[in-house]
Design a protein around this ligand. Structure first.
Ligand SMILES: Cc1ncc(COP(=O)(O)O)c(C=O)c1O
Length: 422
């Protein structure tokens, strides 16, 4: 009966309509559903939780700040913790005098990064990339490449969508950008630092430094969406540090609120951020005080427990097991990674990951498939997963791949949706 609750009361537009799992409780890396099935979360709750679910230090940080001052509306007055949080974020950005603007979600922070850039430059168009997901508010939604997400909406036609600039194609992409910039219309280039929902495409660092120069010559701004890639998941604190380029603005979200309340931020160039006037961007729940306390404590935990180092160790284990176990299977194409962002791609024109995903769920592993033909699965454990657990659960995913590979006819009668292929 309870399984019908969602359809009865929750809008379908807010759900992928895929997992029919209703969660009752969470413990460490696991959640338990209302039927008492316990799943290992290999998605880190879609990148919103860097550490396991119920961490006492974080709960205590939340509770003690909530007892002191749970929140004051930042439009009028800040609580002290908000100041400490902005200071830490600015310091940890490794950029001198970086300034912060607060929001609640990744999508609205993307909107406001774009709005700052527009007020700074007074121009009309933005360059974004194919396969980009910047999500759901007005400008971020228009910046997405996938038409299915924009269906029925009359959104502004502001975006040029080019191929994502990898080592292989970046010179061609640069040439196109140079052409577009000649129109004098472009106010910003917006990109995910690593294209990650669709497939792991890393940017060429040569591209990044050249494009920044090109944009600046043409009075335009470089903006990185770091929403899923920051906080040591890619070994560096910010993914862009891997490529030796600093954007003009970058956006953080997800892990910032650590699941307690939503927090997001746009960070860096004060001159661009200050192009917005007093109270031109002010929200009731921006910089929610108790959540700021949680984020500050998350940083302490990650540093105290050396979890970035743990991520390195786990990455090595996981990827070597995948190679060793799967290299002789026809359907295995490759595994790619940026430390603890790991993708396993299958070699098929059919969307076969969907079947394997279902087998994984039957083995109590919670993963999700993406990418070209929906043939990529993302493995994204919490940063504090132990070696033993990582090995145990990646072995289940491997078992699922093998099981499917050896019994394709049995499984390929299931019907699945494919998502966001365009
Ligand atoms: C790369 C990227 N940008 C933006 C967003 C939007 O974040 P939010 O869902 O908090 O609005 C997401 C969400 O998954 C994302 O993955």
């Amino acid at each position: 009966m309870k399984h019908n609750y969602r359809d009865a009361y929750i809008w379908r537009a807010q759900n992928l309509d895929l997992y029919w799992i209703i969660i009752d409780s969470t413990d460490k890396h696991y959640f338990t559903d209302i039927d008492w099935k316990q799943y290992l979360d290999f998605l880190s709750s879609a990148s919103s939780l860097p550490l396991w679910y119920n961490n006492d230090r974080l709960l205590n940080a939340y509770i003690s700040q909530a007892k002191k001052a749970v929140h004051t509306c930042t439009v009028y007055t800040f609580t002290e913790i908000v100041w400490e949080y902005a200071k830490k974020l600015s310091e940890i950005s490794n950029i001198e005098n970086a300034k912060i603007m607060f929001w609640a979600f990744g999508s609205d922070a993307i909107d406001w990064a774009l709005k700052c850039a527009q007020t700074f430059t007074w121009k009309k168009k933005v360059i974004a990339f194919k396969s980009a997901y910047h999500w759901w508010t007005y400008l971020s939604l228009s910046s997405n490449w996938f038409d299915a997400l924009k269906q029925g909406l009359d959104l502004p036609d502001l975006f040029y969508h080019l191929s994502y600039p990898t080592e292989e194609n970046y010179e061609e992409v640069l040439e196109k950008i140079e052409e577009i910039l000649k129109t004098g219309e472009v106010w910003a280039l917006l990109m995910e630092t690593i294209l990650w929902d669709w497939w792991v495409f890393e940017p060429s660092s040569e591209f990044l430094s050249k494009v920044k120069e090109l944009l600046h010559k043409n009075w335009a701004i470089l903006i990185f969406d770091e929403i899923q890639t920051w906080m040591w998941r890619t070994w560096k604190f910010w993914a862009f540090e891997n490529y030796w380029v600093t954007p003009d603005l970058f956006v953080a979200a997800k892990w910032l609120g650590w699941g307690y309340a939503s927090l997001s931020a746009v960070i860096w160039r004060a001159d661009i951020i200050d192009s917005l006037n007093n109270c031109q961007n002010a929200f009731t729940f921006s910089a929610h005080a108790a959540s700021c306390a949680v984020w500050l404590e998350t940083i302490n935990i990650i540093e105290d427990e050396k979890l970035a180092e743990n991520a390195l160790k786990i990455w090595e284990k996981i990827t070597s097991i995948i190679y060793k176990e799967l290299e002789n299977y026809d359907i295995f194409k490759e595994v790619r990674w940026k430390w603890l962002m790991i993708w396993i791609a299958l070699d098929s024109e059919d969307s076969i990951w969907a079947y394997i995903w279902k087998i994984c769920l039957d083995k109590w592993v919670y993963v999700w498939y993406y990418g070209h033909n929906n043939n990529v699965v993302r493995i994204q454990p919490h940063l504090n997963i132990s070696e033993e657990e990582a090995i145990k659960w990646i072995s289940k995913v491997i078992e699922a791949i093998k099981e499917f590979s050896e019994n394709k006819e049995k499984y390929m009668v299931w019907e699945f949706k494919s998502f966001f292929s365009s």
